[in-house]
Design a protein around this ligand. Structure first.
Ligand code: NAD
Length: 386
């Protein structure tokens, strides 16, 4: 097994999920020819205590408070970008310039213009890359895609996605600062569109093909908040909620809805596709299940009868995506395994296996849809995705 030295740019929530994946991947995917080594992790000088705890918890050999220094170290093979969104562009471009492999969190960029620059840099450098739309790697979501690809849905009519949370309802929730950078437009780019709907858009395009046009409505419910660092009241400009209609290139139509004001919803994510021969439904609160309705078989022969109904399939058999790498049928895996699975796919890709997606090109597509959604809401009209 060859070692691959990892430089982790960030030590928060995603820093933890990615570090765990590097530590676990060779246990569950022992045939991969690479063994990741947690070489060095970055955190801001003001986050030094958090960084040291993070180093200890995950077993990094070293720490660094200057991310540029970490990227240019000759002993780093993979640069993993898990910092707030406004840093993704510079980090990815510098990592590409230094010839490093790149794993980057979503949203890939703050705008299409940024994403295009990043794609150019990665293309020029010719480095392996992956963008972390991790929900694709939930075995049930992968099975959703497999069912569609097997022709079991037939002509698609409706795609429906929800991504709902409720943690910003109180006016007392501040904007900015280390953990609430998501409410600061300069750091996050957009609100729920880039943060949450980017996942739904990635899954939708992966499963149902490209989105052609969108028409959106966004809302900012609390217009001013206290800045966590300065204590001053600041205007809020990111979208707290977003709903949009979509037309897919395959002729189907979609609805997408996201909010951080959906009281009771914590990380509620669903997707449904209704077609001529069948339908599929996934709900992240029952992450190991997929629901499937069969009206006809792939040849079009009607099979619906008095016993037909929605099947609730427990996606834990070894025949199901990724599951042969884990426990015995009927036992569960969790959120952290999506990150192990995506890393395994990335490592398989660089070992001559199937090309790993989503890559920077797929992420640019998602960015184009996100930007069109924001523009559509602003201009109150349909926007074509070019
Ligand atoms: N794939 C997913 O499902 C998923 C889930 C959550 C977050 N994300 C993405 O991962 C990235 C990181 O999010 P997170 O939840 O880990 O954030 P986080 O706030 O938990 O951690 C961010 C890290 O960056 C540091 N940081 C904060 N502000 C900074 C600044 N101005 N300059 C430098 N460092 C700064 C923090 O100290 C921390 O180490 C974001 O791009 C986010 O959109 C993806």
């Amino acid at each position: 097994m060859k070692t691959l030295n990892v430089g982790m740019l960030g030590c928060g929530f995603m820093g933890r999920t990615h570090s765990n994946a590097y530590n676990q991947v060779s246990h569950f995917f022992p045939d991969l020819p690479f063994k990741p080594v947690l070489k060095c992790c970055y955190g801001r000088p003001e986050d030094i205590e958090t960084l040291k705890k993070f180093q200890k918890a995950w077993g990094y050999e070293e720490i660094e408070t200057d991310w540029r220094k970490l990227i240019t170290r000759p002993d780093i093979d993979i640069v993993d970008v898990v910092a707030p969104n406004f840093l993704h562009k510079d980090m990815v471009i510098e990592a590409a310039g230094a010839g490093k492999m790149i794993i980057c969190e979503k949203p890939f960029a703050m705008s299409v213009a940024e994403a295009e620059e990043m794609v150019d840099a990665v293309e020029k450098a010719g480095v392996a890359n992956m963008v972390s739309f991790c929900y694709r790697r939930n075995p049930a979501v992968s099975l959703f895609k497999q069912i569609v690809d097997e022709g079991r849905i037939g002509q698609p009519f409706h795609y429906r996605a929800l991504y709902l949370q409720d943690y910003t309802i109180s006016q007392k929730v501040p904007a900015g600062g280390a953990s609430l950078w998501r409410l600061d437009a300069k750091v996050a780019g957009s609100g729920v569109t880039g943060d949450l709907l980017a996942h739904s858009i990635d899954a939708a395009e992966w499963i149902n093909g490209p989105i052609k046009r969108v028409c959106a409505k966004t809302e900012i419910f609390i217009k001013e908040r206290k800045n966590a660092e300065t204590g001053e009241m600041v205007p809020i400009t990111i979208d707290d909620a977003c709903m949009f209609l979509a037309v897919f290139e395959n002729g189907s139509i979609g609805t997408f809805e996201s909010s951080r004001y959906a009281r009771g919803r914590k990380n509620f994510q669903t997707m449904e596709l209704n077609g001529e021969k069948g339908a599929v439904y996934f709900n992240l609160e029952e992450p190991e299940y997929i629901q499937f309705f069969r009206y006809a078989d792939p040849s079009g022969q009607k099979i619906e009868d008095h016993l037909t109904g929605w099947q609730k399939i427990l996606v834990t058999n070894s025949e199901h995506p990724y599951m042969s790498h884990y426990w015995v049928p009927g036992t569960m895996i969790g959120y952290e395994h999506y990150f192990i699975n995506q890393l395994a796919d990335f490592l398989a890709g660089i070992s001559g296996g199937p090309e790993c997606h989503p890559d920077v090109h797929d992420a640019l597509r998602v960015q184009k849809v996100c930007d069109a959604v924001i523009r559509s809401a602003k201009e109150e009209k349909w926007i074509e995705i070019l």
